[in-house]
Design a protein around this ligand. Structure first.
Ligand SMILES: [Ca+2]
Ligand SMILES: [Ca+2]
Length: 200
């Protein structure tokens, strides 16, 4: 009889232990840290006021002066995007329009994929007269931002980009959070096809 009672008590303790463990696990999910880095191209540097979005939601992670950031998440797979929508005119002037016109009519091609990404200000993955119209409106003060409130683009820096595939690069990075690799973004100032914007 005593053994039966002891067995019941043992089962009860075992049940409480497993239940408590499950409760603690649910309250304290495993957290992953995803490390990232953003860099400008050439001597352009990294812009201020860059916001980090994780799965479409603004995250509190901040980018340090040297371009590093850390995201803490409990998700096993996340989509990371960077956005910056201030100071759209930075580096944008008539010289950019002339270079884009020359590219479109085939006179002088823009010779770097970064310049093509910079020129596609309406983000339709083509360089066309529509982009020039948008830049001209910005310079004339008729609008103060490019589409989707973007002033800079942030693309996957590990994509093997060239002047033929520049429009296939992802403007986000999908991350398996258990993978320790550092994700790398490249910052592109929109509208600045001769690359004379500055980061601060
Ligand atoms: Ca375009
Ligand atoms: Ca420029």
């Amino acid at each position: 009889m005593k053994n039966t009672q002891q067995l019941k008590t043992s089962f009860l303790f075992l049940f409480i232990f497993i239940y408590s463990f499950q409760l603690i696990s649910a309250q304290n999910p495993t957290l992953f840290t995803v490390k990232g880095h953003v860099s400008g191209y050439g001597n352009i540097g990294v812009p201020h006021d860059v916001r980090i979005y994780v799965n479409g939601i603004l995250n509190d992670a901040v980018i340090t002066g040297n371009g590093n950031f850390s995201i803490i998440t409990s998700d096993s797979n996340i989509k990371v995007e960077l956005k910056q929508g201030t100071d759209c005119l930075n580096g944008v002037n008539v010289g950019d329009i002339i270079r884009m016109q020359n590219h479109i009519i085939g006179k002088t091609q823009l010779d770097e994929p970064n310049k093509l990404l910079a020129g596609d200000v309406n983000h339709d993955l083509k360089l066309s007269i529509l982009d020039i119209i948008m830049i001209r409106s910005l310079i004339l003060g008729k609008n103060d931002i490019f589409v989707n409130n973007r002033s800079w683009s942030f693309v996957d820096a590990d994509f093997p980009i060239n002047t033929l595939n520049w429009n296939q690069v992802n403007h986000f990075i999908q991350v398996n959070t258990s993978d320790p690799k550092v994700i790398e973004f490249k910052a592109i100032k929109l509208g600045d096809v001769d690359l004379n914007a500055h980061a601060d």
